[in-house]
Write a protein that binds this ligand. Structure first.
Ligand SMILES: Cc1ccc(Cc2cc(O)c(O)c(C(=O)NC/C=C/[C@H]3O[C@@H](n4cnc5c(N)ncnc54)[C@H](O)[C@@H]3O)c2)cc1
Ligand SMILES: [Mg+2]
Length: 214
């Protein structure tokens, strides 16, 4: 049967990365997507910015919206302190199945909870289901028109505290104009743009880092 792109990404990981070595998993995916087939991972250039924000925040609790194949999940989880937890939401069961195997290959199952389902359904259940009080860091990389409604939902569910950091991918390409306008104009956020490029291309894109002020 014809394989899917996520399946081919998993094959590249299992062929070229070392089990239990997250950096080799990241390298294998970047090599495949730069040389064989483009895919919508945050990628190596924006990934370095992601790494620096994760290291700076040093989060105990992380929420990722949109797992896809688990590339950014692995990047983030590989930088977390010992008892930190990353919850990642993915509503496509095929992508979730691939991501679980990528995360397992990296040896990061103990730090990652992949939840199969829609952010809109699961954000309101974070406290009761996972005992999460608030998130120190949220990485938004799912459908771009869901960034704003999901951010408002996280506020309503008191999942953000003074100092919580939102990091959003693709604020230029594909773009999330309503989200960008909101976090840059709201008095409750301190926002900063990190200029970069769309993964594996020369097209401009960037990450927006927004600190919730409470
Ligand atoms: C015009 C144009 C097109 C594409 C690009 C290139 C480009 C570059 C990028 O870095 C991109 O992130 C994207 C992009 O579209 N990302 C969408 C990513 C979705 C993933 O998240 C999943 N998901 C989507 N909504 C939800 C939800 N509520 N709850 C749970 N999971 C969700 C999906 O199941 C996917 O696993 C595109 C650039 C320009
Ligand atoms: Mg993206």
């Amino acid at each position: 049967t014809q394989s899917t792109r996520p399946q081919r990404i998993l094959d590249a990981v299992q062929k070229n990365a070392t089990r239990g070595d997250p950096r080799s998993v990241v390298k294998a995916i970047d090599h495949f997507c730069r040389n064989k087939e483009w895919a919508m991972n945050v990628g190596d250039e924006k990934g370095c910015i992601l790494d620096s924000v994760v290291s700076e925040v040093n989060p105990a609790t992380v929420l990722e919206l949109g797992t896809y194949c688990g590339y950014s999940t692995v990047r983030i989880a590989s930088l977390l302190p010992p008892h930190a937890k990353l919850i990642t939401l993915e509503f496509n069961p095929d992508f979730a199945a691939i991501a679980r195997q990528v995360i397992a290959w990296a040896g990061l199952e103990d730090k990652v909870q992949l939840v199969e389902g829609a952010s809109g359904d699961w954000i309101p259940k974070m406290k009761e289901q996972f005992g999460v009080k608030t998130f120190d860091l949220v990485f938004l990389d799912h459908w771009k028109n869901s960034y704003l409604p999901d951010t408002k939902l996280m506020e309503e569910c008191s999942l953000l505290r003074k100092g919580s950091v939102l990091l959003a991918d693709n604020v230029i390409c594909p773009g999330a104009p309503d989200y960008l306008e909101f976090v840059r104009s709201s008095p409750r956020y301190k926002s900063q743009y990190f200029k970069s490029h769309l993964e594996y291309t020369k097209v401009e894109d960037g990450l927006e880092k927004s600190v919730f002020l409470g």
